[in-house]
Design a protein around this ligand. Structure first.
Ligand code: CA
Length: 162
């Protein structure tokens, strides 16, 4: 009996800690259409987990996450890498094999807001106006791009990494 009680308490403590460090995630869900200003999230495509912080430096502090996953891309809501950001961690660097190696459907509050992008991990970024890589895409964005251009500005709903 005693070990089980201890275990339950430990779980409660962990839940409380998680709730304390991810205020942005809760606020984004409650807020609806767009991320809160100055919310910096990291999305782990291996697990589907998203965690948000108050600065980009916090969101990208680990070149590799706890699973060893690498940063593949950062998306920004404003031009010139401003506003809120969404950093994608994936299982490995992209290969230059002519196909999209990774794809991400953006959460609802990150749809139709992306204005600038930074590729990492050897990836090129493709932006799509519909979920599941649907619609007429733009890219590849091979380098830091302070303005994704009129075709895809505030229209991205899914992202391909190649
Ligand atoms: Ca925008």
């Amino acid at each position: 009996m005693r070990p089980r009680q201890v275990g339950r308490r430990a779980v409660l403590v962990i839940v409380a800690v998680l709730a304390a460090v991810v205020p942005g995630a809760a606020a984004a869900q409650a807020g609806g259409q767009s991320p809160r200003p100055d919310t910096h999230c990291r999305y782990h495509s291996s697990t589907g987990e998203t965690r948000c912080f108050s600065t980009l430096a916090e969101a990208t502090a680990q070149p590799r996450d706890a699973r060893g996953d690498v940063i593949q891309a950062t998306l920004f809501t404003d031009p010139d890498y401003g506003g809120s950001s969404f950093t994608v961690y994936g299982s490995e660097m992209c290969e230059k094999d002519g196909v999209v190696n990774f794809q991400i459907n953006l959460p609802d509050d990150w749809k139709d807001v992306v204005s600038s992008v930074q590729p990492w991990g050897g990836c090129w970024i493709w932006l799509y106006p519909e979920p599941d890589l649907g619609g007429e895409r733009d890219g590849p964005f091979k380098e830091n791009t302070p303005d994704v251009g009129s075709m895809m500005n505030d229209r991205t709903q899914s992202v391909g990494l190649s």
